[in-house]
Design a protein around this ligand. Structure first.
Ligand SMILES: [Zn+2]
Length: 179
């Protein structure tokens, strides 16, 4: 975004407090991954379960969130938030005059975002109450995160008390490692 924005940056004249999420730091120490059982180094933190995840499992989860979010509604019930079927997706006109669904244009615009910008978008989605979008964006961050610190930001949202079912660990393992 290049506006020098970090915490409380100004975006189009509106002050957004996008980084108020609680953040934990990935630990350089090794721990056992709650998901695959292997040693995790660096170990990422899953706040909801007071335990660790390895980077590979975080990416695996990201891919699942992007590809098949409907599989994960038992763990993140708000992924099931239905769009109103009676409300048609708004259509907008591109610069070249063609008309597309707003959803498609948003996807195109988001393609150019860096992972850092996507993390900010996660915060913005949370602030404006688009929780399903927020959860799915966390998945994209996990897939592409170049560092454990950025992956941790997405895990802090996904595995927060508010969003993650306390019963989620076993079903999540089953989805990540189908037998
Ligand atoms: Zn793992």
């Amino acid at each position: 975004m290049g506006c020098g924005g970090g915490v409380g940056g100004t975006y189009r004249g509106t002050t957004l407090r996008v980084n108020r999420m609680e953040t934990t730091r990935p630990s350089p120490e090794t721990a056992t991954c709650l998901l695959c059982g292997a040693e995790a180094s660096p170990s990422l933190h899953l706040p909801r379960f007071s335990g660790a995840s390895c980077e590979a499992c975080a990416r695996r989860l990201g891919r699942l969130l992007v590809k098949a979010p409907s599989l994960l509604t038992d763990i993140w019930p708000l992924l099931a938030e239905e769009e109103d079927p009676l409300e048609p997706e708004p259509r907008v006109q591109r610069a070249d005059g063609s008309v597309v669904e707003l959803r498609q244009l948003t996807e195109e615009l988001k393609r150019d975002l860096t992972v850092e910008e996507r993390v900010k978008l996660v915060g913005i989605y949370g602030e404006i109450g688009l929780v399903r979008e927020q959860l799915e964006e966390c998945g994209r961050v996990l897939v592409d995160a170049p560092s454990a610190a950025l992956a941790q930001r997405a895990l802090d949202v996904l595995f927060s008390q508010e969003l993650c079912s306390p019963l989620g660990l076993d079903p999540l393992r089953a989805h990540l490692f189908p037998s």
